[in-house]
Design a protein around this ligand. Structure first.
Ligand SMILES: [Zn+2]
Ligand SMILES: [Zn+2]
Length: 236
């Protein structure tokens, strides 16, 4: 017989009572069981290093081409499809903030922590209006999961989103680009800095390109992005 104290410890210990977010199996400390973790939708085959579109020999795709876009590299964990698409949807739109833990875990496991050569690590900011509506910045919680040891827990607010742009998920690439032009302000000069940006979903890439461009106008030397999922169609 287990004592009441022991039962209470087990009931309240996240190590014992976390369910797998995909299959509901019980008892996995990171919120996902090993088989479901292995089945997550990896991006297979050679990819453009700046947008993760398939290319025959991992060269830049035509859309990224030489001299185009301010984002220097994209590090992406998985494809935006089942089950991550559903988990991300619940996280963002049903305010299931507790899912940040498992999403941060799968992202860090796939990509590792952000290397120390990056001077600052920022999340793509939300507008004040969107932040008030959602209650949290989904990318900020992922950013915290990717900070390596010795990184300060939070960085100063380097940039902000000027206006409440439409969701990129509903727009095509050209529309998406127009939607975010001049959408970001940068608080500080960034001369010579290497900057890592964290985001949840890469759809058209225009949000990250615009933020990277704003940072480079302030002097940033290099801007790379760490993204949880890459969507390959505009439908989410
Ligand atoms: Zn599972
Ligand atoms: Zn590309």
């Amino acid at each position: 017989m287990l004592s009441n104290l022991l039962i209470s410890i087990i009931d309240n210990c996240s190590l014992f009572n976390q369910k797998c977010v995909v299959c509901n199996a019980i008892g996995f400390s990171n919120g996902i069981c090993p088989p479901c973790l292995e089945d997550l939708p990896a991006l297979l085959g050679p990819r453009c290093p700046r947008c993760a579109a398939p290319t025959p020999q991992s060269q830049q795709c035509r859309a990224c081409g030489p001299g185009r876009g301010a984002l220097d590299a994209l590090h992406v964990s998985y494809e935006y499809c089942y089950p991550l698409a559903q988990i991300i949807h619940a996280y963002k739109y049903h305010k299931r903030i507790e899912l940040a833990g498992v999403l941060g875990f799968v992202m860090r496991r796939k990509l590792g922590t952000i290397p120390p050569r990056f001077d600052i690590v920022i999340a793509v900011p939300l507008s004040n209006e969107r932040l008030a509506e959602r209650g949290f910045n989904q990318s900020e919680l992922l950013r915290e999961a990717l900070l390596g040891p010795g990184r300060p827990p939070s960085s100063p607010s380097w940039c902000w989103r000027k206006c409440n742009t439409l969701s990129q998920a509903t727009l095509g690439r050209d529309q998406g680009t127009r939607n975010v032009v001049d959408a970001f302000g940068v608080e500080h000069r960034c001369d010579g800095l290497c900057i890592a940006i964290v985001d949840d979903v890469f759809t058209t890439g225009s949000t990250l390109a615009e933020l990277a461009s704003a940072l480079k106008k302030q002097g940033a030397k290099r801007v790379e992005a760490w993204v949880l999922c890459r969507a390959f169609s505009s439908v989410t």
